[in-house]
Ligand binder design. Structure first.
Ligand SMILES: Nc1ncnc2c1ncn2[C@@H]1O[C@H](COP(=O)(O)OP(=O)(O)OP(=O)(O)O)[C@@H](O)[C@H]1O
Ligand SMILES: [Mg+2]
Length: 255
């Protein structure tokens, strides 16, 4: 039986889709048959992160409305054997994505995949709620700034209320220099405030933007962010890969 993992954030633009894409590619490289589900209806972008805009013919709405089979809405990501994409609908009324409809869909996906990563829209709206009602694990992505952490706290509480036992945070876009100057929160502080385990720390790295815009993968790129995402994918398979302890005043862990 596969695991359904909700990837969410309170604040927008913190990196959920990049986390979904990179963790998905990393998990597939580790031999886990992985599906990324783009739940960000109307604003879909997981397909663009893999340069697949023209390959995606059907989307989640086609399945939910009964117009296409599961095989017809799932597209393999050619560059990554073992990785698949279920694209978001460009136009779909969120009220069509009910808890029951997702339960049926996710039930089918659990049978077919080892891991299903659900890239949620920002915030705690109805689609996020429907996803977490059906997820086994939850990851809140945050930047190390107070407003994003506060919103991540809200997201994690919603996940807890929905009965998700395994909840984690990923701290993305960390700027080490700002952290050492106490301008940014440290990942350890964030973990303490939120009371959940750190799944990983990803530095602010222009390679994320370069790869996103060119459809290239961060996994195997040898970049600081790419290596951080590889470690995150390993931890998601249960491997004990320590999260670096970043202390203020220590230099250059991400260099
Ligand atoms: N570690 C990073 N370093 C530098 N840029 C990053 C990093 N992570 C994400 N970005 C950039 O931040 C922007 C937002 O990322 P992304 O789209 O993944 O966020 P999101 O949380 O999915 O946004 P939304 O809430 O709109 O769905 C993108 O331009 C992406 O390239
Ligand atoms: Mg997104």
């Amino acid at each position: 039986m596969g695991r359904i993992i909700a990837i969410a954030s309170g604040k927008g633009g913190v990196g959920k889709s990049c986390v979904t894409a990179a963790a998905g590619a990393g998990l597939a490289a580790l031999g886990r048959k992985t599906l990324m589900v783009d739940m960000d209806l109307g604003l879909r972008n997981l397909d663009t992160l893999f340069g697949m805009e023209t390959q995606v013919l059907n989307h989640i709405g086609d399945y939910i409305r009964g117009n296409a089979s599961l095989d017809e809405v799932i597209t393999p990501v050619e560059a990554h054997p073992g990785l698949f994409l279920l694209a978001a609908a460009q136009y779909l009324d969120p009220s069509e994505i009910t808890k029951e409809a997702l339960a049926e869909l996710f039930g089918q996906l659990r049978e077919r995949f080892d891991v299903v990563l659900a890239d949620c829209p920002a915030g705690i709206g109805p689609i996020f709620e429907a996803v977490i009602q059906n997820a086994d694990e939850g990851i809140a992505v945050t930047e190390p700034v107070v407003s994003a952490v506060r919103d991540a706290d809200k997201v994690l509480h919603c996940m807890e209320d929905a009965g998700i036992k395994y909840r984690f945070i990923i701290v993305n876009k960390l700027r080490y220099q700002l952290m050492t100057r106490s301008v940014m929160m440290s990942p350890d502080e964030i973990g303490e405030v939120l009371g959940v385990s750190l799944l990983g720390i990803v530095p602010m790295d222009e390679n994320v933007i370069i790869c996103s815009n060119s459809g290239k993968s961060l996994i195997g790129s040898g970049t600081p962010a790419g290596k951080a995402f590889e470690r995150i994918a390993s931890r998601m398979t249960g491997r004990a890969v320590p999260v670096p302890r970043l202390k203020r005043g220590r230099k250059g862990l991400f260099r």
